[in-house]
Design a protein around this ligand. Structure first.
Ligand SMILES: [Zn+2]
Ligand SMILES: [Zn+2]
Length: 460
């Protein structure tokens, strides 16, 4: 996807042109008539000192979520903790279980300065089976909560207009919570203009660009006919053979796959009751990924032929089910990313924060990895989903990436918490830019519209 932008050069020009204009404090006069004409550096200082002042409160929220990992759509403790925290703060209107989704919520702070942009943050808080918070979603919740509260504080101090909304978005690891929220009209009803969040990674992987893949899942069951494997094998239909054939056909197809076409699957059952009985049932689960939705549709179609081949060759009946809520690739809004890079650099160099971001052109070339339901949101609203690196508390880099035990341990540490708070400062600064920089939201939307067609461009 990012390798194949036909008019990428013009977008990069826009990106740098905007970044250059934004870096001049004199050009940053507020669009809010009641706010002082001050540069964003001042806002950044305010965001920073506010978040430092409440960092201990966040530490409690962060560690409570980390210590109580909850799976998709069961995140009741996290939901209650976050909504109670928000409801106790002045000016926040909290809707628990918004739109009937039990562990989702929306919290709104309305600026006193009238209408204006609606900036939104997402807080994820679901965990992984057996591994707990090995994806660090407790840190995503921390960034979202901190980013939203800090933005609101600047709005309050300067009488800004507009709104900031914090969404609690359950079930990212499985279940597609944001897709359910999209379908329920949550983001539409809160009329958001931009969607902001950030995800942890191991230290050294910081980027403003989350290049993620489109993904779908399927379940396949073959049904055959049992028979004595020696007395009358011809009377049986071997479901296990159907699955083994399909599995091997998938393995062969990999040779003809595009660079970002992936497939991984597990055989869930198929052995039958005994070695001398022809197995009459076999099941498997597969996950497909590709650079974008168009490639994924093509890739999935080719894989389904492999499953059909297993049924055709053996005579077994195939029942193939696509799981709902596939994830789309994430596209990063260049204008929001430029703002983030600017604030990232402004806060870089403080204790333990010396990393640098790759420039936009380099970041876009990084091959896509993993998948997120923020991808689906990014095709509906301008999105920013930076990755931020974390350390162990002894200063070492976690020995495992997300979805490993070392990353789970690091995610619960004080060092990772401090990283999340730092990221909240940077992300809140992007939100304040959207609220205060004349013309920025227009540029964000222009870039969003200009890149809409890329969803249908297959990687070549
Ligand atoms: Zn994950
Ligand atoms: Zn994650």
């Amino acid at each position: 996807m990012a390798l194949d932008f036909p008019f990428k050069p013009s977008l990069i020009l826009l990106f740098y042109a905007f970044g250059a204009a934004s870096s001049d404090p004199s050009a940053m006069a507020s669009r809010q008539s009641s706010a002082p004409a001050q540069g964003q550096a001042s806002y950044l200082r305010e965001l920073s000192s506010f978040l430092d002042s409440i960092s201990e409160d966040f530490w409690h929220v962060n560690t409570e979520i980390h210590r109580n990992p909850e799976l998709a759509f069961q995140e009741r403790k996290a939901h209650d903790l976050l909504t109670s925290f928000l409801a106790a703060r002045q000016g926040w209107n909290v809707t628990r279980s918004t739109h009937g989704i039990e562990t989702a919520f929306a919290a709104v702070f309305k600026g006193a300065g009238g209408d204006g942009p609606v900036v939104s943050f997402n807080a994820e808080y679901d965990a992984l089976p057996d591994l707990g918070h090995a994806c660090g979603h407790n840190l995503i919740a921390t960034v979202g909560l901190g980013g939203a509260l800090a933005t609101a504080e600047v709005m309050r101090t300067h009488n800004l207009g507009g709104k900031v909304v914090l969404f609690g978005t359950p079930a990212e690891e499985s279940g597609g919570g944001k897709i359910k929220m999209l379908e329920a009209g949550v983001f539409r009803d809160y009329a958001i203009d931009v969607s902001l969040m950030a995800h942890a990674d191991v230290a050294g992987q910081d980027t403003a660009y989350a290049n993620t893949m489109s993904t779908d899942c399927l379940d396949v069951t073959y049904t055959g006919k049992p028979a004595h494997a020696a007395v009358a094998p011809w009377a049986g239909v071997n479901a296990q053979d159907a699955l083994v054939l399909a599995y091997n056909a998938v393995a062969m197809l990999r040779q003809q796959s595009r660079p970002y076409d992936l497939v991984h699957g597990i055989i869930e059952s198929g052995g039958g009751p005994a070695v001398n009985v022809i197995p009459d049932s076999a099941t498997a689960s597969f996950m497909m990924r590709a650079a974008n939705d168009a490639d994924l549709a093509d890739w999935t179609g080719r894989l389904i032929k492999c499953f059909e081949a297993g049924a055709l060759a053996t005579g077994a009946q195939m029942n193939l089910t696509m799981r709902p809520n596939g994830y789309s690739n994430h596209r990063t809004n260049d204008v929001l990313a430029a703002s983030y890079a600017k604030h990232y650099n402004a806060l870089s160099g403080a204790k333990g924060t010396a990393e640098t971001l790759p420039d936009a052109a380099t970041a876009k070339l990084k091959p896509p990895q993993a998948s997120t339901d923020q991808g689906n949101l990014s095709w509906e609203y301008p999105s920013l989903h930076p990755m931020f690196g974390i350390y162990n508390d002894d200063g070492s880099i976690p020995s495992g990436a997300p979805h490993t035990r070392p990353f789970e341990a690091a995610s619960g540490g004080r060092s990772a918490h401090d990283r999340a708070v730092l990221t909240a400062k940077r992300l809140a600064a992007v939100a304040v830019d959207v609220l205060t920089v004349e013309g920025m939201l227009g540029e964000v939307k222009k870039e969003f519209a200009a890149t809409m067609t890329f969803n249908n461009v297959a990687f070549r």
